[in-house]
Design a protein. Structure first.
Length: 113
């Protein structure tokens, strides 16, 4: 590492060879393309991730199935009793609040799932 910083060749030449250059005409377009690709991937991942207030009833059931077993094991380890019905009530309240805040559901909080 110290050779890269104190040597005659710069770090770019050390990594990519003697004839590598830092020509902005080459580096800027490549960096721009990489940036755009990363932004597109990030947006696609963000859009794919739904919040519970945007899920259908079938998606909620699948989501619950993923975490119920895990939650039950965690409660057993902590010495608590796992009560899914209590969690469902809390979930309904959270979904109603999220829908109310987003104003995307004019039916109001009492028309939840």
């Amino acid at each position: 590492m110290s050779e890269m910083l104190s040597g005659e060749k710069g770090p770019f030449q050390m990594l990519f060879g003697e004839d590598a250059s830092l020509d902005p005409g080459i580096v800027i377009p490549i960096a721009s393309v990489v940036f755009v690709v990363m932004m597109i991937l990030g947006v696609r991942i963000a859009l794919k991730d739904k919040g519970k207030s945007n899920m259908t009833e079938e998606e909620l059931k699948a989501d619950r199935a993923l975490f119920d077993d895990q939650m039950e094991r965690q409660a057993t380890i902590e010495g608590r009793i796992y009560k899914p019905e209590v969690l469902r009530e809390m979930e309904k309240k959270e979904i109603a609040e999220a829908r109310r805040r987003s104003d995307g559901y004019p039916d109001g909080p009492d028309k939840v799932g």
